[in-house]
Design a protein around this ligand. Structure first.
Ligand SMILES: [Zn+2]
Length: 259
């Protein structure tokens, strides 16, 4: 056995035992244990770590710990660019896509409302989530750290918050998504894209009062659900603005008009 000295920063402390938080502590490691193995043995999923310094030098997950080394572990930086340092995972290519675990249906719907591609089913097993994430290059959203420790998951996001609006803020902030919002472009139910359709194409599927009151209609290319710019959409837009920090007015949570 060897002994290394660990210090975790910021929200990574939430994963540690209370006596290990916000301070340097020593921990025995099996000979030649990788730094990734030790970080996860201490309870911190690899997906939450963005930078590891060993005796002040940036290392990757495969670094083999030696006796007496000092390990500093950092989460994703929001304000500091660590690009020149060793990257722990490949950079994302293109627009971020997500898969939410079976407990995060409301978060999935809200991210879809902002136009983000989020797979979700309430009967997904952990194994399915991990497999689909690996096959499709999706970011796993979950509050289950055991799921994030699965080695086939490359990118993930542990939601520290329980409340959905706070979870939204975590995802938008961590992946810097504010500029990528394309609200009301995606179906809340099936994740399909919405397309604008003439009123005449969908009038049999819209209640009389809505057909008379509104002119802009959309149909989901996945499940054919019809959406329109009804009275709830103003509240949805207000809520989106609040999620993006553009306004502070509390508004009631409500889905858009649809049938
Ligand atoms: Zn749909």
């Amino acid at each position: 056995m060897t002994t290394a000295h660990f210090r975790f920063y910021a929200e990574l402390n939430n994963f540690l035992a209370p006596w290990q938080r916000q301070q340097c502590f020593s921990h025995p490691c099996s000979r030649d244990a990788s730094v990734k193995h030790m970080i996860e043995a201490l309870g911190v999923p690899h997906t939450e770590v963005d930078l590891i310094l060993v005796d002040g030098i940036s290392v990757d997950f495969l670094h083999r710990l030696q006796d007496g080394e000092r390990v500093s572990v950092y989460p994703v930086f929001h304000s500091i660019d660590v690009t020149p340092l060793v990257k722990l995972r490949p950079a994302s290519s293109g627009v971020d896509r997500f898969i939410a675990d079976a407990h995060l249906g409301l978060l999935a719907r809200n991210l879809r409302m902002l136009g983000f591609d989020v797979l979700y089913r309430n009967d997904y097993s952990d194994a399915e989530v991990a497999r689909i994430a690996a096959e499709e290059g999706r970011i796993v959203l979950t509050r289950d750290r055991d799921l994030l420790i699965r080695k086939e998951i490359v990118r993930g996001c542990y939601l520290h918050a329980v409340a959905c609006d706070a979870q939204m803020a975590e995802v938008l902030g961590r992946f810097r998504l504010a500029q990528a919002v394309n609200a009301f472009s995606r179906c809340l139910n099936c994740n399909g894209l919405l397309q604008s359709v003439p009123k005449s194409d969908v009038q049999e599927r819209v209640p009389d009062h809505s057909r008379k009151a509104y002119d802009r209609f959309y149909e989901c290319t996945g499940c054919s659900q019809v959406y329109w710019e009804g009275s709830h959409v103003a509240r949805m837009r207000q809520r989106v603005a609040r999620m993006l920090g553009e306004e502070d007015e509390p508004v009631q949570e409500e889905d858009g008009d649809r049938k």
